[in-house]
Design a protein around this ligand. Structure first.
Ligand code: ARG
Ligand code: ZN
Length: 476
């Protein structure tokens, strides 16, 4: 999805194209998948193999911006085979003789661009597409990829555990943060390019397919297979897309405030279905009073029988991996619907804007429930000895090889409490609501948050944010 900032970047690219190509010579390009060569090639009409996140140079792609993914996926647990057709609507941000999609494993049978067969090549996790005709700057195009194979989840890379499309005994557990959506569909796999999604998922009859957003029509069964359709009509980062499949018990309804609410649990966790449904509804409604209107059209959650060792805030349907979620983690994942999902980071280094906020939300939830107050949570964490690892790791700069470090969560949450103490409750809670409303469905950076905090409080907060977010030591 495009933003004004990208339009400015687009103009800059145009200027550099004009500056670099001799007059009258049409741009030529060669497919390449090394980021530096690709970046240099951008002026010649080659879409870069990375979107420009220096910590994850191969993630995402340059040269275009996706507005919509239409994903048609069939999956058979017995053979672990996935058949997919991804139809991606995008707009070029400069002239393109070729461009890349991220795709890990799986076999590509055919690629078309605007209905015309295109040539393509694979190298690592990059799928390079060369359309029959170059795509002009600023023009809309549709790329359709037909693919299949046994998805291979991303494994134990940089302390992340297993993520992406993970086969289970009865289906699949699909949690893709940070860059695992490429294990099950081709796309622009980086949070700085959000898009809307349609899902058409076919599984053996008797299984349920769950994806983001709301169901479109009733499931249809024929020839022993059932097709489910889901639509997420609000912009979504690729890492939040899910197609979690298997045997599920469902509990449907609405939150007390009237937001459609769907809880699903693997039969092994059916005892947690009621509490998941109830607490998810309660937390969604409560956060709307604290953070501003709920950004999406439905809420809920899924508990699956796969011991991921984590939960993920998949848009509208957080996914809990192999445990009965308690109310703290439900409150955490639902706070992410505002912080991470509606307001999305442009670069992974700013991850505390997701995890610090969701951790602070847990503390607010605990206080609301008459348990430990946010101030007590802060005090207890602040009392950790100077040797505790969270003091060495500045949370304002998440490290690519240790993205989800405890500091990003706990010290990130403490940063918000320190800020609250400095600017007072009234300004702090006004700040949270202003932050979510000014950037609803958009992208955010740490600098923007600091600027807004200073603007609303009228205070200089550089020293506070520097000590809490950027110094490798325990703040006083
Ligand atoms: N965002 C998730 C949470 O805090 C954590 C995801 C961790 N991802 C992973 N591949 N380990 O709720
Ligand atoms: Zn989180």
């Amino acid at each position: 999805m495009r933003s004004t900032r990208r339009r400015v970047a687009m103009l800059a690219t145009l200027v550099s194209v004009l500056a670099c190509s001799p007059a009258g010579e049409p741009p030529t390009g060669r497919a390449t998948s090394t980021p530096s060569a690709a970046a240099a090639g951008a002026a010649e009409g080659v879409g870069a193999a990375g979107i420009g996140d220096p910590d994850f140079p191969g993630d995402g792609n340059g040269g275009y911006d996706v507005s919509h993914y239409d994903l048609v996926v069939g999956y058979t647990p017995a053979t672990k085979r996935l058949d997919g057709v991804a139809t991606i609507s995008a707009a070029a941000t400069h002239d393109l003789t070729s461009f890349n999609l991220d795709l890990s494993g799986l076999d590509v049978r055919e690629v078309t661009v605007d209905g015309v067969p295109a040539t393509f090549g694979r190298k690592g996790d990059e799928l390079t597409v060369r359309p029959a005709e170059p795509i002009g700057d600023d023009s809309d195009f549709t790329v359709k990829v037909t693919y299949s194979g046994m998805p291979k989840p991303a494994q134990d890379h940089a302390n992340l555990g297993t993520y992406g499309f993970i086969p289970t005994s009865d289906g699949a557990f699909v949690a893709s943060e940070p860059n695992g959506s490429k294990t099950w569909f081709p796309g622009n796999d980086h949070p700085s390019d959000k898009a809307t999604f349609d899902f058409t998922i076919t599984v053996p009859a008797g299984l349920t397919a769950l994806a983001n957003g709301e169901r479109v029509g009733e499931p249809t069964t024929s020839g022993g297979r059932t097709t489910y359709r889901w639509r997420e009509r609000h912009p979504m980062a690729t890492y939040l897309a899910t197609a979690t499949l298997g045997k599920f018990e469902l509990r449907e309804g609405a939150t007390p405030g009237g937001i459609p609410n769907l809880a699903a649990a693997d039969p092994k966790y059916k005892d947690s279905l009621d509490s998941l449904h109830r607490i998810s509804g309660e937390a969604t409604d409560y956060w709307a009073t604290v953070f501003g209107p709920y950004p999406f059209s439905s809420t809920g959650g899924i508990v699956d029988d796969y011991s991921a060792g984590y939960a993920l805030e998949n848009q509208t349907k957080p996914l809990y991996g192999g445990f009965q979620p308690d109310e703290m983690i439900i409150a955490h994942e639902l706070a992410h619907q505002w912080f991470g999902n509606s307001l999305t980071i442009r670069r992974w280094k700013d991850l505390w804007l997701n995890e610090g906020f969701a951790t602070y939300a847990e503390w607010l939830w605990s206080e609301r429930k008459g348990k430990k107050s946010a101030a007590a949570h802060f005090k207890e964490a602040h009392a950790r000895p100077a040797s505790d690892p969270i003091w060495k790791y500045p949370p304002g700069r998440a490290k690519p090889d240790d993205l989800f470090n405890a500091s990003v969560y706990t010290r990130g949450g403490m940063t918000l409490h320190a800020l609250r103490q400095a600017i007072g409750d009234a300004t702090f809670f006004r700040l949270l609501k202003t932050w979510t409303s000014e950037h609803r469905y958009g992208h955010v950076t740490t600098e923007q948050f600091i600027d807004l905090a200073e603007r609303l409080s009228g205070k200089s907060l550089d020293a506070l944010f520097d000590a809490w977010l950027f110094q490798p030591r325990r703040p006083a």
